[in-house]
Design a protein around this ligand. Sequence first.
Ligand SMILES: [Mn+2]
Length: 246
Amino acid sequence: MMDLRGRILIIADVHANLPAFEAVLEAAGDVDGCIFCGDIVGYGTQPAACVYLLEELSQRVPTCAILGNHDVYALEPGRPWRGGPVANGRQWEKWTVAQLDARARRFLCDLPEFAGGTCNDRCIHICHYVSPISSHVDDATVAEELDSWECAEGLEMVLFGHFHRQIDRIVAGVRVVNPGAIGQLREGRPEAEFAIWEPPDAISFDRVSYDVDRTVAALAEIPMTPEYRDTWEINYRKGIVDLSRE
Ligand SMILES: [Mn+2]
């Protein structure tokens, strides 16, 4: 059972973007623990290196990490997955699966899809999402989704990912917090997002610029059409995901 205390880094949706992940860890400074809400890999340019970095972090400070839908897919590519990769993205996800060596797979296989426990004396639940709706939805749809969540009695906070946006709301008396995305930005700023929880209840959101050029350069390693590579270069540089060009 997780019991974290102190200055806690809350992160999600790294999506194999190593420069962004490194920038967040540096910007966060010294932390006493970490909560990772899923999607360490999936799309992205450096899946294995990101898994290793999460593993190293978990060896350095108490860390509670869970799998996201893309991580589950990378471990079980045959598993039916709503909102799965489309068009060119399918090739990219196959490439991701091939990049994960035994060490990376072993680390991921040990992660759960949900976790519960306490953090700074609050009873918390960690999940990537509650229902598998697409992450590419507008704010109103996210709000509708959150309102439909039913939280267990006594629960004080839900920490989640998937929607790639920073959220701090009260839903039926439970605080629901999403730290935003590190590696696949969708809010029109190419800055990696994270949150810091200072006891007892102060959760602050932050973002940091990262070496986008390095991420874009690594796209060259991945088998994809030049057009699709251009799309993702634009996505990374603008901090968007243009589904119309998928
Ligand atoms: Mn994601």
